[in-house]
Design a protein around this ligand. Structure first.
Ligand code: DNO
Length: 349
């Protein structure tokens, strides 16, 4: 396993120069946010991003994400056009030897939180999700200002939400399977490993179907196309938002099959089953046992990328919710410490 750090591009208040000073980080998780959803990521555009990262003395090792056009998720008539574009983007990534692509198949919205700066007693703020607050997010004026959400106008959003009203989970599965059967062979031939990101939170929101929510769903995904390029992002915080998911088991099941292609590590502390905060990374502050999860990754010889996921905002830092420098760096040092101890103990066995 190697440490990576997410970087949002030149607008990110956390610069590549700062990231480079975090011990053990040589690899960047990057993306091109200016490209319209569905359009091809050209060899030149990817090359520029890669060059910028390399100029700072780092490598571009993961793309997170190339978003999937809603027409693909909805299985609309023109999906093949968007899938062709997607395949071309993957080939262009491969041309630059970028080995991992994280993506998701969540209808319309990426991850959802109901409070982006929930205050803690010690003055830090964290991301919070509270199912009871979800209905307060107003969708009538188009996409509200939420990190990672694609911007739609009021009419576009209304049309999308209406289109999904008729869709059940099985139909969404059918559309995902159709996509994977086209895309995975291209990824494999291009030397790119795909890593689906679990739905966050892993249950239906705003009446939209969500299917990548548990071990069974992830297993169905990996079984759809038998290829090392068809893998998962083990995102402990997303899956762990549901108390029904056992993350140690997930690390074991998919580590054993060699289908973990990317790892996001963060902790979650539940107030109720559908209300939680994103707590500091160490096991003692949340409901997830980071040691046991990482032990499984080590036992299955996981050699891929890992990034510390969302942190708190501390020490007066301001920036992208969940993606400040300080707490993610603290989290990463803890995770690296665990990893060193686990591996040294394993070698004594
Ligand atoms: C949240 C992230 C997600 C993730 C996408 C992958 O912080 O983990 O936004 O990047 O779901 O497509």
């Amino acid at each position: 396993m190697y440490s990576t750090f997410r970087w949002f591009g030149s607008d990110d208040p956390v610069s590549l120069e700062y990231i480079r000073q975090i011990p053990g980080v040589k690899d960047i998780v990057g993306s091109l946010f200016e490209i319209q959803v569905g359009e091809i990521w050209s060899v030149e555009a990817i090359g520029q991003l890669k060059q910028t990262v390399e100029n700072a003395g780092l490598n571009l090792s993961v793309i997170e994400s190339i978003p999937i056009h809603e027409d693909i998720k909805l299985g609309r008539g023109n999906r093949d056009h968007w899938i062709d574009n997607y395949c071309q983007s993957i080939q262009n990534m491969g041309a630059h030897n970028i080995p991992v692509l994280c993506y998701n198949f969540m209808p319309v919205f990426d991850w959802v939180r109901t409070d982006l700066a929930h205050p803690l007693e010690d003055g830090a703020t964290v991301l919070e999700y509270d199912e009871d607050q979800l209905s307060k997010i107003d969708l009538s004026g188009g996409t509200p200002d939420m990190p990672a959400w694609v911007k739609y106008t009021a009419t576009e959003l209304k049309d999308l939400l209406t289109a999904y009203q008729k869709m059940g989970s099985e139909q969404l599965w059918g559309n995902l399977e159709y996509f994977l059967k086209r895309v995975i062979p291209v990824a494999e031939a291009s030397g790119v490993k795909m890593a689906i990101h679990p739905d966050d939170p892993p249950w239906s929101v705003f009446g939209l179907p969500r299917i990548i929510t548990n071990i069974e769903g992830l297993q169905r995904l990996v079984d759809t196309v038998d290829s090392p390029s068809n893998g998962i992002t083990l995102c402990t915080g997303s899956l762990g938002a549901s108390l029904k998911n056992d993350l140690v088991e997930a690390a074991d099941v998919f580590g054993r099959q060699n289908r973990i292609n990317f790892v996001h590590l963060r902790n979650i502390q539940h107030e109720t089953s559908q209300r939680f905060i994103e707590s500091p990374h160490p096991s003692e502050f949340g409901d997830l046992d980071m040691y046991q999860i990482m032990l499984k990754l080590s036992q299955h010889n996981y050699t891929g990328p890992m990034r510390p996921d969302h942190g708190r905002m501390i020490w007066g830092e301001e920036g992208t919710p969940g993606y400040g420098l300080y707490d993610r760096a603290l989290g990463l040092m803890y995770l690296q410490g665990l990893w060193e101890a686990i591996n040294k103990n394993n070698s004594l066995l």
